[in-house]
Structure formats: C-alpha cells, structure tokens
Design a protein around this ligand. Structure first.
Ligand code: 21W
Length: 247
C-alpha cells in the first residue's frame, strides 16, 4: 500500500517510522510520504490561509496550495493518481473499525490534513470522503490521520505477522474483550478465575463469551443494538441480566 499525506506540519508524522508501521515501511509492504503543501503556494509570503468571504472568526485553508500539492502527487504516481482521497474534517463521518477495514482495500490512500478553522469548500471537489475522529475538537487533522493510518495498516496481510491477528480482534465480532490474565495465577492475593486454569476448553470459551457479553451490555449497550445473537449468546445474556438484578 502507498500512503500520501498533505500537511503543514510534516514533522508531526516522524513517529510513524517507529513500531509496526515502521517495520512495514522497511519491509517495503508500505510506502509513506508526507507533502508540506506550503511548498506549493504561489503567493509571495507562502500563505496557505485567508479570511472567509462573508466574514466570521478564523481563517480558512485556501484551495490553490492543496490543488497543486494533489496535482504533484498525481504526477509522481506511476498510475497518475492520488488514489482514494480522505479529508480530515470534524464534520466528517465518524471513523470506525469498518472504515479501517474498507480503507485497507485501497492500494493508494491520500490524507489531507487541515490545521485551521476550516477549508475553502472547493477543496472538497478533490476528495472522495470526509472523516472525523470523533466528537471533540482537535487543533488539526494530523493526529486523526495517524490514528486512521494505524488502524488501517493493521489490516494489511503482511503487517501484523499473521492475517488472523487483525480480524480476530475486539470489535470484529461486535463485542468488547473478555478479561485476560497471565502468570502468576496468584498475584498479591488477586487470584485468576478458577475456570481459566481448569483446562476445560469448552467451559473457558463459555466463560469468555459470557464476560464479553456482560462487559458489552454494561459499558457499550449500543454495540448490542444492531447485532444478531446465537441461541447460546441469548441464553447467556438472559443469565447476565438475572444475575445483575439479584445483586
Ligand atoms: C477545529 C477545524 C475546529 C474546524 C464554521 C465556522 C480533523 C478534527 C479535525 C478544526 C473547527 C477531526 C467553524 C475530530 C477534529 C480538525 C481542526 C471548527 C468552526 N465552522 N476529528 N467556524 N475533531 N480539527 N470550525 O477537530 O481538523 S479530523
């Protein structure tokens, strides 16, 4: 996969060279390039922003540097494309697990990060979708782009080591993860649930499913709304509700 980023703060992306993402870059399964679109301004002072027509607070990113930076990415690309273009915008669609999996299917992604009060609307003619990280205000799109890239790259077949790691994870089956323990079995009097050391794999699987259902029911009931259940899951959920009412 090839990832391009347009940003006024390219140094913010230095940590992307680290860790699993960095290894994917080293191995050649990922290429990653950040373009400072201030380099593409055509005005004397290299301004990238201007006052909004109609008045109002704050500055807007102007169209010209972003149009020309996208054109430069297309010129450098063997297929003459910027790939699938994502605009980081607080008014965009809230990013989730499904978006990450979907973005992982493109062979070329370009993320456009703003760092001001907003974009000249005409910039949106360049983009395929607008995505937000969530309902809180950031100073710019850079951290959002890094979060999206991290979540997306995990789905690439040769990034996590084995293809199962990403898809077997939390959210894949729509439930939060069950509690996990490693050695020692007794740490300062806090003892691992007996079932986990029993060796009974059927009982262990049932305990884990029940704990996942309980945690999801208590913390994220919204995840259960749009989900269908097996008979085992429905029975366990009934038990959980009964047990919680008894306490
Ligand atoms: C912050 C841009 C506030 C715009 C009209 C008139 C990218 C982000 C960002 C930023 C405003 C993301 C307004 C979650 C985020 C981002 C910078 C509001 C007010 N509108 N995901 N005045 N949160 N933020 N402009 O902030 O660029 S993805």
């Amino acid at each position: 996969m090839k990832i391009d980023v347009l940003s006024l703060f390219p140094k913010m992306f230095a940590p992307m060279q680290e860790s699993i993402i960095g290894k994917a870059i080293e191995r050649g399964s990922l290429s990653f390039n950040v373009t400072d679109f201030r380099d593409y301004t055509t005005n004397k002072h290299n301004n990238v922003d201007d006052y909004p027509f109609g008045g109002g607070a704050g500055m807007l990113l102007t169209a010209q540097p972003i149009f020309d930076a996208i054109a430069a990415i297309k010129e450098k690309d063997a297929a003459g494309s910027a790939g699938h273009v994502v605009l980081l915008d607080p008014a965009g669609k809230k990013f989730d697990h499904q978006d990450a999996e979907r973005l992982a299917s493109y062979d070329h992604l370009t993320f456009v990060c703003g760092h001001y009060e907003g974009y000249d609307e005409r910039i949106k003619t360049l983009v395929d979708e607008e995505i937000s990280l969530g309902d809180y205000v950031l100073t710019g799109g850079e951290l959002g782009a890094m979060v999206m890239i991290d979540a997306t790259v995990r789905f690439l077949p040769d990034v996590l080591g084995n293809a199962e790691s990403a898809t077997g994870d939390s959210f894949q089956d729509g439930l939060l993860e069950y509690p996990q323990y490693t050695r020692p079995a007794d740490f300062r009097g806090m003892v691992v649930p007996e079932v986990l050391t029993s060796g009974n794999h059927q009982k262990i699987a049932e305990w884990r499913l029940k704990e996942s259902l309980k945690k999801t029911y208590l913390r994220r009931p919204d995840l259960l709304e749009g989900r269908s259940f097996t008979k085992e899951e429905r029975d366990l959920l009934d038990d959980i509700k009964t047990e919680l009412n008894e306490e």
